[in-house]
Design a binder for this molecule. Structure first.
Ligand SMILES: [Mg+2]
Length: 236
């Protein structure tokens, strides 16, 4: 296969089930598949969470791991760059206000998580059990709470950008400091795999920018890791 192709992978919902570890069979396949290829991870999660999900071998063996939507970059286990984004008082009170007024009643704690270059916000809270996570996700599909929060946030803070990621949260960062940053570092053809490629999703900035650029690219929107595996097996 052409080595000049850069393969970009979202993690949650693309290489692993949301917030859960990678399937062992997929892991074995992927570790072999990435050999001699230009492979990048681009995720909203921090390094520790990603390693917990995909394992240290994949994390260290990909070409680079872009954490916090590309605001922290790791290469073979070494930190090569980061852009901090501390939580302001104003943004904190905006989140507190949403927590007070949300129609979602059950709260589990860890609602605001500060990562390097990115703040992750969740009304149900990241400490929720898996079953409640699923419930919230189903509810949000109809209520569109996260989409509405993102819209309100960007109206109030025009210098910021917010997007829906994973099942229960949103990602917030300075405008432009989204997943599309990865494209600044790469020239040549791109194959991108993601599950939130629709407008408002955290993979969308990559799609939007690729559509504007003149380079060759392919976008693979997947529903789950099984779909990613199926596509990769056909590529070989
Ligand atoms: Mg995803």
């Amino acid at each position: 296969m052409n080595k000049k192709i850069h393969f970009l992978f979202d993690v949650d919902g693309t290489l692993t089930p949301s917030r859960l570890p990678i399937d062992p069979k997929f892991k074995t396949f992927f570790l072999t598949w990435i050999k001699d290829k230009s492979v990048y991870l681009i995720t909203g999660s921090d390094k520790d969470k990603t390693i917990e999900q995909i394992g240290i071998e994949i994390w260290k063996n990909v070409t680079r791991a872009y954490q916090s939507c590309g605001n922290q970059v790791w290469e073979k286990g070494n930190l090569i760059s980061e852009k901090p984004f501390p939580l302001s008082k104003e943004l904190n009170s905006f989140f507190q206000n949403i927590l007070t007024n949300t129609k979602w009643e059950e709260k589990y704690g860890n609602h605001i998580e500060e990562r390097v270059g990115l703040i992750n916000f969740s009304t149900i809270g990241r400490n929720c059990p898996q079953i409640e996570r699923e419930k919230y996700y189903k509810w949000d599909k109809i209520a569109r709470e996260r989409e509405i929060i993102c819209k309100k946030l960007m109206e109030k803070f025009p210098e910021l950008e917010a997007s829906v990621g994973g099942q229960i949260s949103i990602d917030v960062h300075p405008k432009g400091a989204n997943k599309s940053q990865i494209l600044n570092d790469l020239s040549g053809e791109i194959y991108f795999f993601g599950d939130k490629t629709e407008k408002g999703g955290n993979d969308y900035p990559i799609v939007e920018r690729l559509n504007k650029e003149k380079r060759k690219f392919k976008i693979f929107t997947v529903t789950d890791p099984e779909k990613t595996l199926e596509i990769l097996q056909k590529l070989n």
